[in-house]
Write a protein that binds this ligand. Sequence first.
Ligand SMILES: [Zn+2]
Length: 272
Amino acid sequence: MLKQTIKRSVKQVLTGVGTLLPHAAACSRILTYHSVGTRGHEMNITPECFREQMEWLAAECTVLTLEEAARGRAGVAVTFDDGYRDNLIKAAPILHGLGIPATLFAVAGRLGAFLDHDVQREDARLMSWDELREFASRGFGVGGHSMTHARLSTLDEAGQRAEIAGSLERLRDELQCPVLSFAYPYGTAADYDEVSLRLVKESGCLFACSNRYGVNRPTNLETFALRRIWIDQSDTFPVFRAKVLGRLDLLSALESSAGLRVRRWLNKCSGQ
Ligand SMILES: [Zn+2]
């Protein structure tokens, strides 16, 4: 609760400051969502909030596929991490109705069940393979997100290969279609390393996403560690809009070593 309040206040101040600063226009912004439902987690957002955000996006922005965003085209792409079942039930109909493309990064070894760090409640369940096939058949993209949601940088090369290549092979096999992208679990710069990048390339991916906050510029593309903009429960609609319009690009400072220390301190304060 304290963490949410601090985050809201910081974002409010930064949004005010951000309106006074120049921001990058010709770049791609890739949004990261997790569950869209009732899961009791700060990364969950309600279907009502999601609809409000998507309606604004469809009306005001150039929406992109992840492939277009990965090339640095100007606009906004939507991604989901983990593969929550509510992405199919709640988010997909909203996206479909508005004509917004999206890509989901699935934890291949946990589909139909739960992530180890989630409370095992029905609203935290991941899609089954049949449900993921249904999601893909509606035209949405699917990428890899490891087998077990492991922190890749803590594993040796064989362990990373099992998580990266293993998940991509399983997804290709089950979906019977090319799977050309990957998102590193957790996704800060400390959660993956050079070995992860190499293995993702060797596994036939064309690009990969981190969760480092920020935009992707065509002149300086990190194709295998694209930056994204996470959207969570503490984002009011004005803050969401500010993030998409680049008014909160200052948050990329959170990726610096000083920023990471602040995030660790916030987590400590909130007992996480
Ligand atoms: Zn994840």
